[in-house]
Every structure is written in structure tokens, then in C-alpha cells.
Ligand binder design. Structure first.
Ligand code: PDD
Length: 317
């Protein structure tokens, strides 16, 4: 592997990423027993770090993992990573596991957690991606029932994203018991009748830091915002679909292909049914053109422009 020449943080030490080593008995490695966060950094300032820290605290509490650092401690780690990385835009990734112990499912007593953090250059979504949008496919949500916890056990997400890749798509749109949950590593937003609709913030989705941001954008633009269960048919018949995540920001989904579940009766003996929808152009609700109302989210020194149309119009074919 070609190691990035970056410095990382491991258990209180700063060292080159290529030299950072953990034990094979680490419970993160053995059980996926840990919590992580991904924080985007724009112009050397972390975006909504306090929101990420609050979510991290909640996730660690939910799995009974002692948070090894207080907020000041985490801020110092994040600042240290940003300072050691030359890029203006970065991603901070950190994870804490339940430490190194003899393999046993129950929590070990008195074992210090493993704390790891690194920064990588962040290539923001391209103009092409913003303007042309992404392709997605439907999938039954086969993950566990605590998706609200930002756990490092990500096999469900890995399999979901691989499913998208194998269907030449960028993301999956997942449904549990016929209702929308989220993407493999993103929250999903449906636009119907000029209203932005998101799935409830329950245990079936991870509440993204950009989830609250979308709600705020709606509030600031006078756009109707709703949170409710959305049936698959409503998503397939929606006006527009978007996803949000730290790495993809806000991107439109311009094509949704409906893939039949393996366990569904295969009526017409086809693996795939028709496209649920396709746009012949970028959706109008979310646009990156200067004429639309720009929402400025000030992250410190320089503003990040998020463009959000105030009066969306239908663009579905
Ligand atoms: N994933 N839902 C899931 C399952 C996610 O993994 C993510 C983010 C989100 C969006 O959360 P946020 O807006 O805080 O990025 C929703 C990150 C980016 C990852 O695992 O790399």
C-alpha cells in the first residue's frame, strides 16, 4: 500500500501513519467494538465539531464505552491533526475502541481504550457531481437495529455500498419493512410537493450532522420540512432525492433504479425492475448556480456556500 505521508495520533502519541500499530487483540479488530467520527475541515476549520463531539459522546454512552478525552482534549487532537496536515480541506477521522484484551465477548475490566485519529486531504464533490448528480439503487436494509450508534462495525454498510458498486451506482437507498431508512453512509432526503422530507431520527438511522443542517437550511429559506416514515412507493414517485454526508456534503440523486429483493417473488422473471425514476438533468431543488439563494454557513475564516433553492419546481421525467 502507498502510505499517505501524514501524521496521526495514537494513544497520546503523534507519529507517521505508516508507523502506527495496534495489537491484533484490539477489540476494534476482533469485534468491531468501538465508535468513530468523521469531521470535515474547510479552510483549516473543523465544521460543526461540537455537533460531532456531542454525537460521539452519545454513541460511547450507548455502548458503555468510557470516553477517554473531554471536549478540550478532543479539540486539541483535532487542532493537532489540522496543524500537521498541509491541506486546506481535510477530513478528520477518529475512533475509540474498548482496548486490547483476551478475546472474550463481555467487556474486559480495567482495560484502557485505544484512541486513534488521523487527517486526510478532502476532495470536495466535483462540480460535475453537484450538477449531474448521483445514481442510486434500492436495497432492503439488512443492518442491525442500532443504526443510531456510530459504530466501527460497518459490515452492513460495506455490503450495501458494494451492492451499489456492483450495480454501477454511487449509493443505495435502503428500505426497512417498506419504509425509507438511509444510504449506506449517508442520510436521504425526499422532496415531494415542495417539502423536504427526512426519515425519523430513531434507531433505524444515524442522525447525520448534516441532518440538522438540512433542517436549518429549510428553516432559513422558508422551505417546508417534514420528518416522517416514507413508503418506498413515495420515494420512487418523489419529485427529487438528495443525500447528505460529511464526505459528500449535499448531492442530488438523479437516478434511482429499483432492484428486486432476493426474497421477493420474481413476478416477471427479471432481476431488475424498471428505473424508479431518472432525471435528464440536475434536479432543481438543490443547485449550485449563483442565481439561487445562497446559504452561507460560516465555519470561521471563510464561508462555505451551500446552495438551496427556495422555490423548488418539479423536474422529474
Ligand atoms: N458516514 N448515515 C450513515 C449510516 C453514515 O455512515 C453517515 C456518515 C451519515 C451522515 O452523517 P454525517 O452527516 O454526520 O456525515 C448517515 C460517514 C461520512 C462515514 O462513515 O464515512
Amino acid at each position: 500500500m502507498d502510505w499517505p505521508q501524514s501524521t496521526c495520533y495514537l494513544n497520546g502519541e503523534w507519529l507517521p501513519l505508516a508507523e502506527a500499530k495496534i495489537s491484533v487483540l484490539d477489540r476494534g479488530f476482533i469485534f468491531g467494538d468501538g465508535i468513530y467520527e468523521v469531521v470535515p475541515v474547510y479552510f483549516r476549520k473543523p465544521f460543526r465539531l461540537d455537533h460531532h463531539l456531542a454525537r460521539f459522546e452519545r454513541s460511547t454512552r450507548e455502548i458503555g464505552l468510557a470516553n477517554p478525552l473531554d471536549r478540550a482534549g478532543w479539540r486539541a487532537v483535532v487542532d493537532g491533526l489540522i496543524d500537521r496536515c498541509v491541506d486546506q480541506n481535510q477530513f478528520i477521522y477518529w475512533q475509540v475502541t474498548r482496548g486490547v484484551a483476551k478475546r472474550d465477548f463481555a467487556f474486559p475490566a480495567g482495560t484502557p481504550p485505544t484512541v486513534f485519529a488521523m487527517s486526510s486531504p478532502f476532495t470536495r464533490p466535483s462540480r460535475e457531481q453537484r450538477e449531474q448528480g448521483l445514481r442510486a439503487v434500492t436495497r432492503a436494509d439488512e443492518r442491525w437495529l442500532r443504526c443510531d450508534i456510530k459504530s466501527v462495525s460497518l459490515l452492513g454498510a460495506v455490503l450495501a455500498r458494494q451492492f451499489a458498486a456492483e450495480h454501477h451506482a454511487d449509493e443505495v437507498v435502503q428500505f426497512r419493512d417498506g419504509s425509507l431508512t438511509e444510504g449506506s453512509s449517508s442520510n436521504m432526503w425526499v422532496v415531494r410537493n415542495d417539502t423536504v422530507i427526512g426519515a425519523p431520527r430513531d434507531r433505524l438511522i444515524l442522525e447525520g450532522i448534516r441532518y440538522g443542517f438540512v433542517a436549518e437550511l429549510c428553516d432559513r429559506t422558508g422551505t417546508q420540512f417534514e420528518v416522517r416514515r416514507l413508503r418506498q412507493e413515495e420515494v420512487e414517485g418523489c419529485d427529487e432525492l438528495m443525500l447528505t454526508s460529511a464526505t459528500r456534503e449535499i448531492l442530488p440523486i438523479v437516478s434511482l433504479e429499483k432492484i428486486q429483493n432476493r426474497d421477493e417473488p420474481d413476478d416477471n422473471r427479471r432481476k431488475r425492475s424498471q428505473s424508479a425514476f431518472t432525471h435528464d438533468r440536475a434536479p432543481r431543488f438543490l443547485r449550485q448556480t449563483p442565481n439561487n439563494k445562497n446559504i452561507v454557513s460560516n465555519t470561521g475564516t471563510r464561508p462555505i456556500l451551500m446552495t438551496f433553492r427556495t422555490v423548488p419546481s418539479r423536474s422529474m421525467s
